[in-house]
Write a protein that binds this ligand. Structure first.
Ligand code: IVH
Length: 664
């Protein structure tokens, strides 16, 4: 037994430390199996330091969260050729290029992203993406993944480097894993991604060690060395001992990118691992830096998603849902069906016109489509399979929850219930949104609890959530809630009170004001008082924010003008809700907190880029010169604005000086 253990240890070292394996993975697995068998047969002879014990470590208590030195971003999506063309167009305009820059196309692996930190070539930390800023420390688990080197090999190893990529499970391994799980009466995973996530985020790393996880590397995060091109990064990653991302190509023509995408659409089934799109990335890193990012996604990359997978099933019933803003959505209740590994029993029908145009009826056989993580939708009916007695669907004219007449405004597709304050369905949806993960994140409170508490009259509105502590005795008498669970709930309500500004804004449930918009607002205004003031005094300024626009601005205005909404915010604060001042990671510069006006034509940079640069450096870009203007950037042929600035004594920077000031 000891001899076998020694042999395995030798192979471990050859594999992980020396990168010079002598046997294949499956031969290695056989050795481990053999040793395990012997140890089971003769437990008294088993060595506690045996390699069968060492692959993973003892269970841990939860995961620590650790900040990423360089945030892990997400990607914007393109669903059509036009979206990709627009992406290239935007880049060219932003950078004032007449031809598209070189683009790297990589498969978008359907797994779990992970950032691996190597110091002096040694793996010291592995984090999940988490919320992009902070990830979970899964170092111990990651060390059990066979194709992740514990030590980098080759040359050009930076003092510190984050290697980023996707942890995934290959299709065949996934099938085998699920068969094993089912045989042992354990959880069967819906798809390879879920299985990978479930396996990686195990508190007991010995379980992770038994799962067939693999890693594809596709990017570098923090790094003490610089690279000129993304393809250089990939080359180095490969030389350091990683499996680099396969099927990667570079392009200089949009048409070629699209042809490649089409080819991959048909061929990916044979690749052996799940991908859900192609990621296009600008190859030149200096251009990536200039393009920067907006909210959480880079301007220099996009994910071109594959068309949804389709199946057919029976549409049993059409239900009407009332959302938190009163929007009425018809929902298809389906005979449950598997779409791309996920069981689907509900799908959206969008709105009245959608149903009418496609003549979709209850009882029809319908095509269901699921695109990535988006809610599945009913695509069309199969007329040939329509039951004989079927009738056209008639859209309701009153709210199914409160009975008010439904309103459909000019030019809008959706009906709305405008009984915002008293419609039970809207109140419930708003409360459920408010406590949800991305908002106040109240552990132990979800749709079910909101429903129950509303029904019992424990809460009537959002503020009441923070008054539940006064009702703890009554709460404890509720069916299905013990003393402990209520105490726990009250603690999580209390601890949710300290909240960041973007989360708070998102929690308000304002139409079209989600996470990304909330971040943009927080980046610009830092605190709620300033935001409210600008909404009242200068809403146009909000509409001008890149990524916001008029519709969102008017939704914000409508919300904040309502006296009962103002009252609600006051009461929340009175109940101890504490909204932290937002501190974006802005670099201090001469533009920080200053108002800058751009005029004339810049030679080396588009207006959009100059504006983005100033904003990144904490400056405000305004379109007109006034006594409040701090700087004017004067390009060629600057006219009246420059004259006015001169007369007001505003500091004038020409293009050359401007470029010097924004250098990084
Ligand atoms: S690049 C800013 N490349 O997609 C760059 N991501 O929606 C962000 N992913 O969290 C990542 N394959 O989990 C990149 N070849 C690839 C990828 C990839 C899969 C995932 C990754 C990321 C998500 C972004």
């Amino acid at each position: 037994m000891d001899l076998l253990a020694e042999e395995i240890n030798r192979h471990n070292k050859l594999y992980h430390t020396d990168d010079n394996p002598e046997i294949s993975d499956s031969e290695y697995d056989n050795l481990i199996c053999e040793l395990q068998k012997l140890e089971n047969e003769f437990p008294l002879l088993a060595n506690p330091n045996s390699p069968t014990q060492k692959v993973g470590n003892a269970p841990q208590k939860g995961f620590n969260t650790i900040e990423h030195t360089v945030p892990m971003l997400s990607l914007g999506n393109a669903f059509s050729e036009k979206n990709v063309a627009d992406f290239i167009d935007r880049i060219c305009k932003f950078l004032t290029l007449s031809e598209m820059p070189e683009i790297v196309a990589e498969p978008k692996i359907d797994g779990l992203s992970c950032s691996l930190t190597y110091k002096q070539g040694v793996l010291i930390q592995a984090l999940t993406r988490g919320d992009g800023k902070k990830g979970e420390d899964i170092t111990i688990n990651v060390k059990t993944i066979k194709n992740i080197p514990h030590k980098l090999k080759g040359e050009n190893i930076p003092y510190i480097v984050d290697v980023r990529g996707e942890v995934y499970i290959a299709n065949l391994d996934f099938e085998n894993l699920n068969n094993e799980q089912a045989k042992n009466g354990l959880k069967v995973f819906a798809n390879p991604r879920n299985a990978a996530a479930g396996s990686l985020r195990q508190l007991d790393s010995t379980i992770t060690a038994k799962r067939p996880l693999k890693f594809f590397a596709y990017a570098i995060g923090e790094c003490s060395s610089e690279f000129k091109y993304h393809t250089d990064e990939l080359k180095n990653i490969k030389n350091w001992g990683f499996v680099d991302i396969p099927y990667t190509k570079t392009f200089t023509k949009l048409n070629d990118m699209i042809s490649w995408y089409e080819k991959v659409t048909n061929e990916r089934q044979n690749w052996g691992f799940a991908i859900d799109g192609i990621v296009y990335k600008v190859n030149d890193i200096s251009l990536q830096k200039r393009l920067g990012f907006i909210a959480k996604s880079p301007r220099w990359a996009i994910a071109h998603k594959f068309p949804a997978q389709q199946v057919t099933t029976i549409l049993e019933k059409i239900d009407i849902q009332v959302g938190r803003t009163g929007v009425i959505t018809p929902v298809a209740r389906l005979k449950p069906v598997n779409v791309g590994g996920v069981m689907v029993s509900n799908a959206t029908l969008h709105n009245e016109d959608y149903i009418k145009d496609r003549d979709i009826r209850e009882g029809d056989t319908v095509f269901i489509e699921r695109a990535g993580e988006v809610i599945p939708k009913v695509q069309s009916s199969v007329i040939a399979k329509r039951p004989k007695n079927s009738t056209k669907y008639i859209f309701p004219t009153t709210c199914p929850a409160c009975g008010s007449n439904l309103v459909r405004s000019e030019g809008e597709a959706a009906y709305r219930c405008i009984n915002h304050l008293n419609c039970a369905a809207q109140i419930e949806a708003r409360l459920t949104h408010f406590v949800s993960k991305k908002c106040f994140d109240i552990d132990g409170m979800g749709e079910k609890q909101v429903k129950a508490f509303l029904k019992k009259g424990f809460i009537k509105n959002i503020v009441d959530i923070f008054r539940l502590k006064n009702k703890s005795n009554e709460l404890k008498t509720l069916d299905g809630y013990g003393e402990k669970s209520i105490d726990k709930l009250l603690i999580s309500i209390e601890s949710s009170k300290n909240i960041s500004l973007p989360r708070f804004i998102g929690s308000l449930g304002i139409h079209m004001v989600g996470e990304q918009v909330a971040i943009l607002l927080a980046e610009k205004y830092s605190n709620l008082v300033t935001l409210q003031q600008v909404i009242n005094e200068n809403p146009q300024e909000i509409a001008n924010i890149d990524g916001i626009g008029h519709k969102i601005m008017s939704n914000l205005e409508q919300f904040f003008i309502e006296p009962h909404n103002q009252q609600m915010i006051k009461e929340l604060i009175a109940e101890g809700v504490n909204i932290a001042e937002y501190k974006p990671n802005k670099i201090e510069s001469i533009f920080t907190g200053k108002t800058v006006v751009l005029t004339g034509t810049l030679q080396k940079m588009s207006r959009a880029e100059a504006k983005a640069r100033i904003q990144e450096l904490g400056g405000k870009v305004s379109s007109s010169v006034s006594a409040k203007t701090d700087f004017i950037i004067a390009g060629e042929a600057a006219g009246s604005k420059l004259k006015k600035a001169e007369s007001l004594g505003v500091t004038i920077l020409d293009e050359k000086i401007f470029l010097q000031k924004i250098i990084r």
